[in-house]
Design a binder for this molecule. Structure first.
Ligand SMILES: Nc1ncnc2c1ncn2[C@@H]1O[C@H](COP(=O)(O)OP(=O)(O)OP(=O)(O)O)[C@@H](O)[C@H]1O
Length: 293
């Protein structure tokens, strides 16, 4: 579990990038920090591995203040995946993945063997192991970035807009990959995005941030969609317009769902019995998806 308590961050004499921020991030779940540019998402993420230190407040991992941990050792024990993969251009794929374990003292041969296994884990062919990053597609580079983030077998994986720079189709593939990995590996994932669809897709817990990292709403995707806490949230998630605003239109042959733009989104059928009374699935986008054709 990661705990922020009354954390603030001011860079120089600028405005507060993070104002009195408190949040509990549960273990083995995916927490998504989502908000517009400059809301403080990256600053929050980087405070977890001490790439940025808070101006005040406390951050604990499993009850221990991170200020009591040596920054370099802490950083190497936490996986970090960034937007442009962050791969070292002069190292082959296999050595990019093996870098952190080698720095942690794992013998090179062993680290390379594990790196090959990690290529399997993230759905890459071992054939690319000897290539340089510039010889890979953007999507492949991001997968290598994820493999590198997992290389030290961290309990915590920080992901900062990892799919921001790839095209929508590859992005959708990578999102599914993360869902699969999360199921298989059971990590505590903290994921930053400005894309609310991505947040709802990946997050067990979604934290919508306003400027100064003020929490506009915190909850599961279903909770936020069912009951936006403010006009700001309703507007941010597009609750009242576009594809989320589903309504029922009765036709001569049955009922169809139409979205806020008037497009037919599917047909209305009975929800499967096991989802009807579950508070986490009622009104969720998953339920809608599972009940529309
Ligand atoms: N190293 C720095 N020096 C000075 N100001 C900074 C620094 N890093 C961040 N800031 C400021 O802190 C605020 C929050 O920035 P941050 O990068 O955390 O936001 P963000 O939500 O991740 O934005 P984006 O989505 O654009 O990456 C911004 O006003 C930014 O200008």
């Amino acid at each position: 579990m990661i705990e922020f308590r009354s954390v603030t961050k001011q860079f120089g004499d600028g405005p507060l990038a993070v104002e009195d921020f408190s949040l509990t991030i549960p273990s083995r779940k995916t927490t998504v920090l989502v908000g517009s540019s400059g809301s403080g998402k990256t600053t929050l993420l980087r405070m977890i591995n001490r790439m940025v230190d808070p101006s005040s407040g406390v951050i604990e991992i499993d009850g221990e203040s991170i200020l009591d941990r040596q920054p370099v050792a802490l950083r190497r024990s936490i996986g970090y995946v960034m937007q442009n993969s962050g791969l070292l251009p002069h190292l082959r794929v296999i050595d990019n993945v093996a870098t952190v374990p080698v720095l942690n003292g794992v013998p090179k041969k062993q680290a390379r063997a594990q790196a090959l296994e990690l290529l399997d884990t993230v759905g890459l062919s071992r054939d690319i192991a000897d290539r340089y990053p510039s010889q890979l597609s953007g999507g492949q580079q991001q997968r290598v970035g994820v493999a590198r983030g997992l290389a030290a077998d961290p309990n915590i994986l920080l992901m900062d807009e990892p799919f921001g720079a790839v095209d929508p189709i590859v992005r959708a593939e990578l999102q599914q990959e993360i869902i699969r990995l999360q199921r298989e590996l059971d990590k505590t994932v903290v994921f930053v995005t400005h894309d609310i669809d991505e947040a709802f897709l990946l997050g067990d817990q979604v934290v919508i941030l306003e400027k100064g990292a003020r929490i506009a709403q915190l909850g599961s995707p279903s909770e936020i969609l069912a009951d936006p806490a403010s006009e700001f949230v309703a507007d941010f998630i597009g609750a009242e317009r576009g594809k989320r605003a589903l309504s029922i239109r009765t036709t001569a042959t049955g009922s169809v769902l139409v979205d806020g733009d008037g497009r037919t989104a599917g047909v209305l059928v009975d929800a499967p019995a096991d989802t009807v009374n579950s508070p986490d699935t009622v009104n969720s986008p998953d339920t809608v998806n599972s009940t529309v054709a």
